[in-house]
Design a protein. Structure first.
Length: 141
C-alpha cells in the first residue's frame, strides 16, 4: 500500500473524529422522574435536586434541576455562560437580576436568561423559595 504523507494525515484526522464521536455520551432517553425519588443535595442555604443532564438526540445539551433557597439566600454569585436558561418559580419571592435590571417575581412566574447575559437571583421573601431551572445549549458553569 502506498501511504503518502497526505493519506497518513487524513487517516489520523478521521481516526480522531471517530474517537471523538465514540466518546460522546448517548442521548437522553424518554423517562419519568418521580420528584420524591430524586436525591437531595445541600449547600449552605441552598437545597437542590438534579433531575436530568445529558444530550438530546439532536446533540444539544439539556439539564434540569429544582432548587430551594432559604430567605436572603442566593444559589451562586452573579455569573454568565453560553447556555440559555429558563426558570419557573413555584413558591416564594425571588429578586431576579438580568443584565443589571432587577425584578421581583412570585409563584407561577418565569424568567429566561439568554446566552452570555449576566444574571443572579436571591430569595427576598420571608419563606422558602422554590424554582425549577432548565439549561439548554451548553453546560452552565
Amino acid at each position: 500500500m502506498d501511504l503518502t504523507r497526505r493519506k497518513a494525515c487524513l487517516s489520523l484526522f478521521l481516526l480522531s473524529r471517530v474517537s471523538a464521536w465514540a466518546s460522546q455520551p448517548t442521548s437522553l432517553k424518554s423517562k419519568t422522574y418521580r420528584f420524591e425519588d430524586l436525591p437531595i443535595n445541600q449547600e449552605k442555604d441552598v437545597t437542590y435536586r438534579d433531575i436530568l443532564e445529558g444530550r438530546t438526540h439532536t446533540g444539544d445539551y439539556l439539564e434540569a434541576h429544582e432548587t430551594v433557597l432559604e430567605p436572603n439566600a442566593m444559589p451562586h454569585p452573579p455569573h454568565r455562560h453560553v447556555g440559555e436558561e429558563l426558570f419557573v418559580i413555584s413558591t416564594g419571592t425571588l429578586e431576579v437580576t438580568i443584565a443589571g435590571k432587577s425584578t421581583k417575581l412570585g409563584p407561577g412566574s418565569a424568567f429566561f436568561v439568554a446566552s452570555n447575559e449576566e444574571h443572579s437571583m436571591r430569595n427576598v421573601g420571608s419563606t422558602l423559595a422554590q424554582y425549577f431551572g432548565i439549561t439548554l445549549g451548553q453546560e452552565a458553569a
